[in-house]
Design a protein around this ligand. Structure first.
Ligand code: PXP
Length: 240
């Protein structure tokens, strides 16, 4: 059965718009779990623009599902992860000026660094995923670097959705998922997915879990977080 990890970064974005204490991402995590989420994802960015260290520590204590910590491959983040011990860590590229994660990790180009980070995290008992574009060379390097999972960056497909390149981008994800699974990697997917563009991606059998944030938090503004998560859970489980 396919799973949903809810990314709650943008609950913290609203909090940080006023640098206050609400809305609290810990409350959001509890509601998401009550609505059926299989996991909670947060990205602790170097600039702490939304999620703070305090959130990660409290989430680890509070949640009953799995905490997935998205992080850059830096010594600081490895230190925090090996201390807090989330269920899993997803290594993402990070540039200070970007609005959101813009492209997959260059595992080929930063191979030695990524391999060291994967090894440190795995030694702490953390499941490690690498966020990569649907590129077979990057996926093969991810396996060599010791990753347990890849998370396929679905951003290009989502941008192409409804246009001429949609099929081509969907095929790239399908090929990447098949290849990753055939060399022993677990496969997750995320970035830019919403209630419509996820539907064709649900047909790809190798994808185990979807990490979705912005579209769920956006819908939550109108229908409430419980309802927004519930609708996505039902879509993913094939019952909507
Ligand atoms: N997966 C990864 C690795 C991400 O960096 C993000 C964005 O933080 C997401 C999934 C979720 O993307 P979105 O907010 O567009 O659903």
């Amino acid at each position: 059965m396919k799973k949903l990890g809810v990314n709650i970064d943008h609950v913290a974005t609203v909090r940080e718009a006023r640098k206050t204490v609400e809305p609290d991402p810990v409350y959001a995590a509890v509601l998401a779990e009550l609505a059926g989420a299989d996991g909670i994802t947060v990205h602790l960015r170097e600039d702490r623009r939304h999620i703070k260290d305090r959130d990660v520590r409290l989430l680890k204590q509070f949640i009953k599902t799995k905490l997935n910590l998205e992080m850059a491959a830096t010594d600081e983040m490895v230190g925090i992860a090996t201390e807090v011990k989330p269920y899993s860590s997803t290594i993402v590229p990070e540039r200070r000026e970007e609005v959101t994660t813009e492209g997959g990790l260059d595992v080929v180009g930063s191979y030695e660094r990524i391999k060291d980070v994967v090894s440190s995290l795995k030694s702490a008992g953390i499941v490690v995923s690498l966020f990569v574009d649907p590129d077979l060379e990057q996926i093969e390097a991810s396996r060599r670097a010791g990753a347990d999972y890849i998370e396929i960056h679905t951003g290009r497909y989502c941008e192409a959705f409804g246009g001429e390149k949609e099929k081509e981008e969907l095929e790239a994800i399908r090929r990447a998922a098949f290849f990753a699974s055939s060399i022993g990697l677990g496969v997750n997917a995320g970035h830019g997915l919403n209630y419509k563009n996820i539907i064709p991606v649900l047909e790809i059998p190798q994808i185990e879990e979807f990490n979705i944030g912005h579209s769920i938090v956006s819908r939550a503004v109108f229908v409430g977080l419980y309802e927004a998560v519930r609708e996505m859970v039902l879509l993913i489980r094939g019952k909507a």
